[in-house]
Design a protein around this ligand. Sequence first.
Ligand code: AG3
Length: 274
Amino acid sequence: MELWFSEYQTKNVKLSFRIKEILYATQSEYQKISVYETEDFGRLLTLDDLVMLTTKDEYIYHEMISHVPMLTHGNASKVLVIGGGDGGTVRELLKHPVKEVHLVEIDKEVVETSKKYFPSVSCGLTDPRVKIFYEDGIEFVKKNKGYDVIIIDSTDPIGPAEGLFSTQFYKNVYSALNEDGIVVAQTETPILLGDLVRKIYKDMSSVFAYTNMYTAVIPTYPGALWTFTMGSKTINPVTKEISSMPNLDTKYYTRELHKSYFILPPFVGKLISE
Ligand code: AG3
């Protein structure tokens, strides 16, 4: 019998992976968590039947959400990741000379699942510089401050992550950042969710002095073209000099293209300026 996992990207579009084996499935307090062994994309983690990562292409998302803000900032020592319980973003952040990485994940079972089934993704979570808080990121940023970089590595704005896409939340993130602080959020696909991408950009622009979007190609996410939105308090990411340290050993991100990541495909630029 053929086994397939499909994500309904819209009511009318599905992305399907042929599955060798279902390795794990559970219903946590917050969501359905599943792990599959696929034929062509390695291991697949889904939350509520949405693709979070595959071991074949996760580096694209995790490198782009981490290295672009870290090198734009240039001197981040205290970093906060909201969501991201799989650990992929933390793994990339630890390539920088950071002192502390705080991970705020609402669902402990995501962390435990990743530790068990995705060792190459979760490997940084036991590093002594990392502290994990099993809390709601929305409440966490109201109480904790002093971050140089904050990364919002969330699921889609439905279910537990909904509040991570609100203007009030961006305001609290602003207050949790140091004077030269930078935030980056994963902000969905302009191909299928143009109105949402425009709204997020507008909301973040109302809070931050500089708001810049960049994109990456993620073959396993809806629309394949994905956006990240950076909010910055004082650093202008377009003019900031990018240092050449450290050696990041990346497969998608490259320093040579760093500045050009902020040059958007014209249809995306038009979308957010409307
Ligand atoms: N980032 C998940 C991005 C949203 C994907 N959406 C979807 N497949 N509909 C969190 C996982 C990576 N750390």
